[in-house]
Every structure is written in C-alpha cells, then in structure tokens.
Design a protein around this ligand. Sequence first.
Ligand code: THG
Length: 258
Amino acid sequence: MLIISERINGQFASVGRAIDRRDARFIQELAVRQLEHGAEALDINVGPGRDDGPAAMEWLVSTVQEVTTAPLSLDTSGPRTMEAGLKAAKNRVIMNSTTAEEKRMDRFFPLCREHGAEIICLCMDERGVPNSADARAEMAMLMMTKAMEHDIMPDRLYLDPLVLPTSAAQDQGRKVVQAVQMFQTLDEPAPRTVVGLSNVSNGAKQRSLLNRTYLAMLLGAGLSAAICDPEDPELMATIKAGRVLLNERLYCDDFLRD
Ligand code: THG
C-alpha cells in the first residue's frame, strides 16, 4: 500500500502560516520528516479560502521538489491551481482529484492526459456523495469510462470511495469498505483504490485508534493507497503488520523495524 503524507496541507494552521510567509525551510523540514517516517508520496494542498491559489501551489511544489523526488499528489478542486501545480511539477504527479461532475471531468481529464499524470477519481457529483457501495461503484465506473474516452487508461487512475466522519455518518463506514472491494471487480487488472484516512475520525476523540482500525479493515478489503499521517507510530505499526499479513513483505521477527 502506497503511503501518501497528508501533512503538507494549508488546512493545518502552522502549514498555512508557512505558505503565507513563503517559509521554505518549514515546509522542507516537514516534507523530509514525513518521508523519513515512511511517506512514499506527498499530498500537496494549499488550504482553503486563498486568493493566491495558483501562486501558492507553484511555490509549494517547487519548494518540496528541492528536497525530494517522491511523487506528489496535487490536492485542489481549482483548475487554475491544479494547472499551476502541474506546470511546476517535475516529480511523478497524481492529480487529486476529479469528481464525477461533467464539467470537472471535461477540464481535468485533458490536463491529466496532457501532463502524463495519474488521477484520483472521487465518488462525488453535484448531488453529493452516493449513499451505498453500489452507487459508489456505479459512479466509479462512470469516471473510468469517461477517462478512457480521454485516452486515459484505468491503470492511471485511483478510485476513491470518499471516507466520511464516523461521528457524523456512522452508517457509511461499512459501505466504504464494501465499495473498495467492489471497485476491484470493475476491471481486469483490478483498478487501484485510495482513501483520505483521517476523514474517518474528524470531529471524534481517539482519532489515532479510529484511523488505524479503519486502515486495517480497508487493507483487508484490498486498498492500494492511503493519504494519512506517517508520523503516527501506531498507524505505521499497523501498516507494517498489514504488509506482512498480506504477504507484501517477508516476515522477520523485527518486521516493525525500518
Ligand atoms: N480523498 C482525497 N483527498 C483528500 C481527502 C480524501 N484530501 C484531503 C483529505 N481528504 C485528506 N487529508 C486530510 C488532512 C487533514 C485532516 C484530514 C484529512 C485532518 N485535519 C485536522 C482536522 O480537520 O481536525 C486539522 C488539525 C489541525 O488543524 O491541526 O483531520 O478523502 N482524494
């Protein structure tokens, strides 16, 4: 499972301030620390409510690329901010994300093709988030089909069922696990899947416990990637155990090391 760091995100107050001040050192130290803790890719999000989205994204991408060649997940719904990130990117890029809205797909799939990027397809449209695993799979299929019309093959996609906070939408937890299973039956080879893990514990106590328990369930369902915090040691221990149990890493007595 690909570990994508969630921390380079202007939604965190300290990161938002660093972006405002163009404090490259703060961002670079954070990126390096996340990678040292096991991040294999970095989600890059300038945060909500900015009027300098494109400029902030361009700076953030350039700043991070000075310290790593790891893949970047450009996390924005704004086409201009996305385009600025794509132009600045030298590293492998995952666009995060398109939704199933026609006008979004018509803007983002051409950008994806033009830049040879990968792209996350989020199960959401103008009517919101589908309420069942079936409806999520149907929406995922629609995005896969539309991507192919733009010459983007399914192996460049990540399907995201959209994890919701258990404190507000408790019935969705099981449905998202089922959706991850169903997505893998939509094509051959099975399409890849991704989630924003920490969504599940938004507004809850015991966030770390909820995050790692949910991750174990999703791993069992076949999840390919997670946007999460590798500086959570218990989450990382769960991922390491999961990799051994799914035969992705050879068992050895000190499997928790490195
Ligand atoms: N799918 C995809 N991309 C995503 C998400 C998703 N990107 C954003 C998000 N969801 C994943 N990233 C985060 C980042 C932070 C938090 C949750 C998910 C988080 N932040 C604290 C909070 O809101 O309480 C902020 C704490 C602070 O301010 O210090 O929980 O689902 N494709």
